[in-house]
Design a protein around this ligand. Structure first.
Ligand code: LMR
Length: 328
């Protein structure tokens, strides 16, 4: 009996060793819609590199850029179905899951990325990472891209020049109201469709960051850009509650450390990425970048800011006030 017990214990131990040695790594698919040479694209690749250095054999990361795997319309659903484990949609793309994140689309709310960081590091900013937990979505971190710029077939020095033009927007009611406020015609469209829509004239103009404008070549099909900095493009790195809770504790803890490290890096180089992209666009000679005067910018602000009152109730006044205080 004793021998039998020893043999059984030994086989169980050996089986355990065997299973650990040959266990398949946990696969994390990280899908996104932008190019690899953007803040988010670089962040995703850096995450893969660090995970594979520090969790070699235990976790494998597969990155799918440029909407190769999932696009704007289906990536969050794919995450909830566990077809992909990490994504980082723009904060403008969550309105089906929470209204509070509409905050980030309010025009002229943040002066720059320092103001964004000031809010995101504050208690109300951190609280928003949990705003979709009842929907099964876990917010891991905020990643910056940058401030958005306007472009069109005509110079847009003042808001009246935008009247009647069709602008591509992300799937956000705030952005829709922002363009309606200047009597323009906003069109919700997936990111991957914007270049063709601009080229064929399905839409007249767009708003995005220099890094997206450069990497998607929008500057080749838009003769005028305004450095308007009127809005923000920022992301939330998310996973599903189910996937995250199901990870072994030690692996989850290491992944959290890596995410903090990558977040610091992305948020540190995002501004420079956009500056570099702007320079390359200027050097291309294919478009004109217009600097707005303080007076012209004030006209844009005055025209778009009434949008705040339309959405303040849904977002929550405490968030709007805390965010606005970061740009004072
Ligand atoms: C867009 O749709 O314009 C952006 O959200 C794309 C991105 O992820 O930067």
């Amino acid at each position: 009996m004793f021998k039998f017990l020893i043999r059984a214990l030994l086989s169980a131990a050996l089986l355990g060793l065997y299973t650990n040695a040959f266990a398949a790594p946990i696969v994390i698919k990280f899908s996104h819609v932008v190019s690899e040479n953007t803040p988010k694209g670089k962040g995703a690749n850096m995450f893969k590199q660090l995970v594979e250095e520090r969790l070699a054999g235990k976790v494998e990361v597969q990155v799918f850029p440029s909407a190769q795997l999932f696009g704007d319309a289906d990536e969050i659903i794919a995450l909830l179905k566990n077809d992909v484990q990490i994504i980082a949609p723009a904060l403008s793309k969550f309105s089906k899951f929470t209204k509070v994140l509409q905050l980030y689309d309010l025009p002229f709310l943040f002066n720059d990325l320092n103001a964004v960081a000031c809010f995101q590091d504050s208690p109300p900013g951190k609280e928003m990472l949990d705003s979709m937990s009842s929907k099964g979505i876990k917010g891991l971190a905020y990643w910056h891209n940058g401030m958005k710029q306007l472009s069109a077939p005509v110079p847009l020095r003042t808001p009246d020049a935008a009247a009647g033009l069709k602008f591509r927007i992300m799937s956000s009611d705030v952005l829709q109201a922002q363009f309606q406020a200047v009597n323009a015609n906003p069109q919700k469209l997936a990111f991957s469709e914007v270049y063709l829509a601009l080229q064929t004239g399905q839409i007249d103009g767009q708003e995005n960051t220099w890094s997206n404008i450069y990497s998607q070549k929008f500057f080749e099909v838009q003769p005028y850009f305004e450095e308007s900095n009127h809005g923000l493009l920022d992301y939330m790195l998310i996973t599903s509650q189910r996937f995250w809770k199901g990870l072994p504790d030690d692996i989850r803890t290491e992944l959290e450390k890596i995410i903090m490290e990558v977040t610091d890096a992305v948020n540190g180089f995002a501004s420079q990425e956009n500056e570099d992209a702007k320079k390359l666009i200027m050097e291309s000679g294919k478009t004109e970048i217009i600097q707005l005067t303080a007076e012209e910018k004030e006209k844009w602000r005055a025209a778009m800011k009434p949008v705040w009152d339309q959405f303040k109730g849904d977002i929550g006044a405490k968030y709007v006030e805390a965010a606005a205080a970061c740009s004072k």
